[in-house]
Write a protein that binds this ligand. Structure first.
Ligand code: ADP
Ligand code: MG
Length: 265
């Protein structure tokens, strides 16, 4: 978590982000007027029940929706509007500046290549390390995310890894780009509770060490309490409340936030 410090220019600012999908009855807005900032080094959570528009928000930020989606408003990364960039420029932003991890790591891993090869290819693609340093950097990243016995495990295939270990691989791949912003969309939702805690601890540790900003998406207020400095609450496509996480837990204004809190054991 962020430890004090002054607020500087936000790394990410959403201004009136609105996304509609084309349906048989015309355009249907699924998120409306989403506005909030993420400061450098800060962890901001988006919380809301399933279907509230959290994933659409992250996909809109990353430019990952297809032409049946209409995205408007502004997505400012260091003041530069990502919605105005070309697809090629956006690919470079995704490769170099923003990394993303998802709920289901298997869908982002190629089943026919070893884990080590997939991390190595990313490093080569990003051009962040010299060719003769790639293997050492793969090992360093796998160690960094605490995959035991990395030298042997880099030769294994994704299906040989447990869910938690696969999510560690995804985090290693996200770190390969040395991003300044990590967007994590329910990265612990599919995991057992003890593994969830370990992955959250790892993300926190890396976030503090690297001063990376994190936008952490979850439906779980318990996870929010663990990880977020500030929290944005979404309800049916609307952004209903934002506050310091500690304040939300003691002084939630919106009835929906209170309902979410009531569900925390
Ligand atoms: P969450 O991540 O909060 O569970 P989503 O962002 O995935 O919710 O979905 C928000 C709403 O947008 C849902 O009603 C969902 O059905 C709709 N939606 C998501 N993706 C599409 C799409 N590609 N086309 C049409 N509707 C979509
Ligand atoms: Mg989702």
């Amino acid at each position: 978590m962020r430890r004090g410090g002054d607020m500087t220019q936000p790394i990410l600012s959403l201004r009136g982000l609105t996304t509609a999908f084309k349906t048989e009855d015309g355009w249907k807005e699924v998120i409306r007027d989403i506005t909030f900032d993420v400061q450098p080094g800060e962890t901001v959570a988006i919380v809301g029940e399933s279907g509230s528009g959290k994933s659409v928000t992250s996909l809109s930020i990353m430019g990952l929706l297809d032409s049946r989606a209409r995205v408007s408003g502004q997505v400012l990364l260091d003041g530069r509007d990502l919605l105005a960039l070309s697809e090629a420029e956006m690919r470079s932003v995704r490769g170099n500046e923003i990394a993303m991890i998802f709920q289901e790591p298997m869908t982002s891993l190629n089943p026919v290549f070893t884990v080590g090869r997939q991390i190595a290819e990313l490093l080569i693609r990003h051009g962040k390390v010299a060719r003769d340093q790639v293997r050492a950097e793969v090992l360093r990243l796998m160690d960094r995310v605490r995959i035991p016995n990395a030298a042997a495990r880099m030769e294994e295939y994704p299906h040989q890894f447990s869910g938690g270990m696969r999510q560690r691989v995804m985090i290693a791949m996200a770190l390969a780009a040395r991003p300044r912003l990590l967007i994590a969309d329910e990265p612990t939702t599919a995991l057992d509770v003890t593994i969830q805690g370990q992955i959250l601890d790892l993300i926190k540790e890396i976030q503090e060490e690297q001063g990376m900003a994190v936008l952490f998406i979850t439906h779980d207020m318990g996870v929010v309490a663990e990880i977020a400095d500030r929290t944005v609450v979404m309800y049916r496509g609307d952004h209903v409340e934002t506050g310091a996480t500690a304040d939300l837990f003691t002084d939630a204004r919106h009835p929906y936030t209170r309902a979410l809190l009531a569900a925390v054991p």
